[in-house]
Design a protein around this ligand. Structure first.
Ligand SMILES: *[C@@H]1O[C@H](CO)[C@@H](O)[C@H](O)[C@H]1NC(C)=O
Ligand SMILES: *[C@@H]1O[C@H](CO)[C@@H](O)[C@H](O)[C@H]1NC(C)=O
Ligand SMILES: *[C@@H]1O[C@H](CO)[C@@H](O)[C@H](O)[C@H]1NC(C)=O
Ligand SMILES: *[C@@H]1O[C@H](CO)[C@@H](O)[C@H](O)[C@H]1NC(C)=O
Ligand SMILES: *[C@@H]1O[C@H](CO)[C@@H](O)[C@H](O)[C@H]1NC(C)=O
Ligand SMILES: *[C@@H]1O[C@H](CO)[C@@H](O)[C@H](O)[C@H]1NC(C)=O
Length: 184
């Protein structure tokens, strides 16, 4: 992974530390037993999502990666899968059924030649979205303006093109990284 991406990971850690005081991300259990707390529908969507890709290199026991669910609702609220998925991210991906996601960290995966689906706009509870170093192509869809709770958006190290959409709705955004793309 490139140096700037690593640096941004470091920044994201700093940010998460700050954010944790207000939104308590770190109250999610960081061990594999938390998977059990995920509701059956959510577990199914997640399994389907993993099966859309070659995910044989993903290690959900690695504390760096994994899935965290709200232990009262069973909804997936945090998902982190880095450097292990390979395949195309499609608009009908089961990822977009995980409507309760607040934290989505997918970086360094091989989504080579995938575009960013418009359906990202459905994940409108997202606060942290990191999609760096994935090989995404094409334009950032206008639906990103739907993610009005987003405070951190990291899209660096992809092959994104065109102009960046108006994101007037993203009033909470405090970190936006677009480094090393091909925006006009
Ligand atoms: C998965 O991660 C855990 C925790 O870091 C480690 O103990 C285990 O060896 C890893 N498994 C594989 C197949 O790499
Ligand atoms: C669920 O979370 C609450 C606090 O948020 C905790 O007291 C409780 O033990 C947790 N339950 C399980 C099953 O982890
Ligand atoms: C990424 O995936 C494509 C096919 O989707 C494959 O041709 C390529 O070798 C993969 N790259 C890496 C680094 O795994
Ligand atoms: C998702 O769309 C692709 C075409 O892009 C199709 O081949 C696939 O069957 C669809 N999957 C589901 C679960 O609908
Ligand atoms: C915005 O989010 C709502 C609620 O999830 C959804 O119904 C709507 O289709 C989304 N709009 C866009 C443009 O993504
Ligand atoms: C802006 O966010 C609100 C929810 O806060 C949503 O209803 C609205 O559709 C969003 N506007 C656009 C253009 O996505």
């Amino acid at each position: 992974m490139s140096e700037s991406c690593v640096r941004l990971h470091f920044l994201s850690l700093i940010l998460l530390c700050c954010v944790s005081h207000s939104t308590s991300f770190f109250t999610f259990k960081v061990d594999s037993s938390s998977y059990v707390a995920c509701g059956p529908h959510q577990t199914q969507a997640l399994t389907e999502f993993m099966n859309e890709f070659d995910s044989s290199h993903c290690n959900l026991s690695d504390p760096f990666n994994g899935v965290w669910c709200d232990n009262s609702t069973g909804a997936v609220t945090k998902l982190r899968l880095s450097d292990c998925l390979s395949g195309t991210l499609k608009p009908n991906s089961s990822l977009f059924r995980l409507h309760h996601l607040r934290y989505l960290f997918l970086s360094g995966n091989n989504f080579t030649s995938s575009t960013l689906p418009f359906e990202f706009g459905n994940l409108n509870r997202l606060e942290i979205l990191n999609l760096c170093y994935n090989g995404f192509v094409g334009q950032v869809p206008s639906s990103f303006n739907n993610l009005s709770l987003l405070s951190y958006l990291e899209l660096s190290q992809n092959e994104l093109t065109g102009s960046f959409p108006l994101i007037r709705n993203l009033t909470k955004l405090s970190v936006l990284s677009l480094l090393n793309n091909h925006f006009s």
